[in-house]
Design a protein around this ligand. Structure first.
Ligand code: PMP
Ligand code: GLN
Length: 414
């Protein structure tokens, strides 16, 4: 294995998916819905498969199927408030993963620094390392809240001076994720403005991972950093059909930004993925076309999904609170992070050998309580992993009956 991959172990997703296959727990681990996507989305794929259009089963345009880039152009031109060119400013990718990979790989020279906000979606770190860059970490820190009341993801904040101290002339980019996986933090305009001002001051890029853009809970609103003054020209924004339409298995994503930056992503993309599956792109294009006819209506899936998720979030937060954990109420996304250590006396972690206690607890829960969550230390750099040893993440984009089962498993255990 080349040195640049030597520090990268088996990812938490591979490890915990294998554990779920072996132990068959109720799975609130990896983030995916356990209920069907909207009918018209899966029907669009069925129609493509059954249809007469033979070419929809052949290669399509490498940088994105024409019908899909046109749909994305129309949608994001409206959301960003400027015309976004379908052919030069959008790239369709193999999931948001590949959009991240191409954004990072297409912009890294040896020694370039990438600022990563902790906790972060775990693949950012190995992607930067593999590209020859240097990750520079800054943790969100929980504000000390008074009393024992519930905390929310808004209580986790960056220290503006600490953030400023991470920028220098080697900084290539900051990687932003809003709403943030795993905490559910939705960055406010003020917070984004602080970040944007530093990007402009140091002439850096911003790679903005917005795969949970449609999942925010009142009164929080998703703000696209590319809409802030002076940011379009330095921002690459990333989305995911898997998250947008509840079809994570389709593994289709995209990136959009100014043509000069997108050209660099295309160079990476064209010689590894080359082109994404045509039927999937066609079905996603048709689905966008439908939703764009009703963007302002509560029936639009982009609006409906948060309304579906909010009571699920509240149910899970209550269930965790009830048994004594301390959940951080998320403002967006579909995960809850909770401090499990008030239950420390009820668990026996001695059979697990992992270095970090959150791993030992998550494995204990999968094997003994039949409930799977994800440890949170993978979302921190090696040095900061101890900050997460008391934390576990649960996914709540699940059927009500399964969330109820999870609550019962926890109650029966306690
Ligand atoms: N970014 C974040 C923050 C994620 O949670 C995920 C997981 N879906 C991805 C990127 C990757 O998305 P995809 O499945 O579309 O590759
Ligand atoms: N984004 C999802 C999660 O955080 C899935 C991760 C993955 O597929 N690697 O659980």
């Amino acid at each position: 294995l080349p040195d640049r991959y030597k520090t990268v172990g088996n990812s938490v997703w591979n490890e915990f998916t294998q554990l779920a296959i072996e132990h068959k727990p109720l799975n609130l681990g990896q983030g995916f819905p356990d209920f069907p996507a909207p009918d018209y989305v899966t029907k669009a794929l069925a129609d493509v498969a059954a249809g007469e259009e033979a070419l929809l089963h052949q290669y399509t345009r490498g940088f994105g199927h024409v019908r899909l880039v046109n749909a994305l152009s129309k949608l994001y031109s409206k959301l960003i408030g400027r015309p976004i060119d379908a052919f030069s400013e959008i790239l369709v990718t193999s999931g948001a993963y590949e959009a991240l990979f191409s954004s990072i790989g297409g912009h890294t020279r040896p020694g370039d620094e990438f600022i990563i906000i902790e906790p972060f979606f775990d693949c950012y770190e190995p992607m930067v390392l593999a590209a020859g860059g240097k990750p520079v970490y800054i943790p969100l820190r929980p504000k000390s809240t008074t009393g024992n009341g519930p905390t929310t993801s808004a209580d986790w904040v960056l220290d503006p001076d600490e953030l400023a101290s991470k920028f220098n002339s080697n900084t290539k980019a900051i990687i932003l994720n809003t709403p943030l996986n795993p905490l559910g933090k939705v960055f406010t305009v003020d917070e984004l403005t602080t970040i944007a001002n530093l990007c402009k001051k140091w002439n850096t890029l911003c790679i903005s991972d917005e795969v949970y853009e449609w999942m925010t809970y009142k009164p929080n609103k998703h703000v696209r950093i590319a809409t802030l003054p002076g940011m379009w020209e330095r921002t690459i924004t990333i989305g995911s059909a898997g998250k947008t339409f509840s079809v994570t298995g389709w593994k289709l994503g995209w990136a959009y930004g100014p043509a000069n930056l997108m050209e660099n992503l295309r160079i990476v993309h064209q010689n590894c993925v080359y082109t994404c599956p045509t039927p999937i792109q066609e079905a996603v294009a048709r689905s966008f076309e439908l939703e764009m006819t009703r963007l302002d209506s509560p029936d639009c899936f982009f609006n409906e999904i948060s309304a579906i998720l909010e009571p699920k979030r509240d149910f899970l937060v209550n269930a965790l609170t009830h048994i004594g954990m301390k959940p951080v109420i998320p403002e967006g996304g579909y995960f809850v992070v909770a401090d499990w250590t008030p239950l420390e006396n009820s668990v026996n972690l001695s059979k697990e050998t992992d270095k970090y206690k959150d791993y030992r607890f998550a494995k204990f829960l999968t094997k003994n309580i039949s409930l799977q969550g994800i440890p949170v230390s993978p979302f921190y750099c090696e040095q900061h992993k101890p900050l997460a040893s008391n934390l576990i993440r649960f996914c709540f984009i699940k059927k009500d009956e399964n969330l109820q089962k999870a609550a019962k498993l926890l109650r029966d255990w306690k």
